[in-house]
Design a protein around this ligand. Structure first.
Ligand code: DC
Length: 227
């Protein structure tokens, strides 16, 4: 059977990764979470003191980009690939609210985007990939056979993220999570380089009201048509 590229874009916490993982498992495809890559670069910048609340040394980060090595390694027990930054597993560290508070500013930098987009395009050379992010259907794989754009209300998304974080034992308030979701929506949609927009040929899904099974059935139908 021919192998295709499935691009899943959308706002934060719309359940992109859930649907992408389900699809990849069903089809035997590789799943790539590109948000994890931007988060790992944000973590690198934070750990090296290039960014904090008052300060962002963009140029030093750009100069250090050749020192950033990002890899995904499949974890059989978890059933998905974990993010490694310079050979260290950073899967947990990159999912904190602290990293979320800086990542959109990191993702505005064209040099960062160029490096990550190049790596993402290489991962899709053989097709047979489900990739989620913000610019997959518009910039990374404009020729993807299936493009999905996911959305739901900011409150629904913040509630999901809040539950995820508290389940992991992180102490956060719903108000802070909602504020972060809204801030990232704004920066991700308004940045100059590769803003979050709906690709012309993307199918839009609003999942505020539908459950995971219903959503998966909808998306699988789209994919099967394309196959
Ligand atoms: O999907 P996520 O919430 O883990 O993504 C984290 C941030 O990374 C998001 O706020 C914007 C940025 N991002 C991006 O600019 N382009 C992508 N393809 C993926 C993520």
């Amino acid at each position: 059977m021919k192998k295709i590229i499935i691009a899943i874009d959308g706002f934060s916490s719309t359940g992109k990764s859930t649907i992408a993982k389900q699809l990849a498992k069903h089809l035997g495809y590789v799943y790539v979470d590109t948000g994890a890559m931007y988060r790992a670069v944000a973590l690198f910048a934070m750990e090296n003191g290039y960014i904090n609340k008052e300060y962002f040394d963009t140029q030093t980060l750009i100069n250090a980009l050749p020192d950033i090595r990002l890899q995904f390694q499949y974890n059989n027990t978890l059933g998905f690939a974990e993010m490694y930054l310079n050979d260290t597993n950073v899967e947990n560290e990159i999912r904190t609210l602290n990293v979320s508070q800086y990542v959109s500013r990191i993702a505005e930098i064209s040099e960062v985007r160029a490096k990550l987009v190049e790596q993402q395009q290489k991962m899709g050379q053989e097709r047979g990939i489900v990739m989620d992010g913000r610019d997959i259907g518009t910039v990374v794989f404009p020729d993807a056979e299936v493009k999905i754009f996911m959305n739901s209300s900011a409150e629904t998304r913040a509630q999901r993220r809040f539950e995820e974080l508290t389940e992991k034992g992180q102490v956060v308030s719903f108000e802070d999570v909602l504020k972060n979701v809204q801030e990232r929506d704004h920066i991700d949609s308004n940045r100059e380089d590769s803003p979050l927009i709906v690709a012309k040929d993307a199918i839009e899904i609003d999942n505020s009201e539908i459950d995971k099974e219903e959503q998966f059935a909808q998306v699988l139908e789209l994919v099967q048509k394309s196959l």
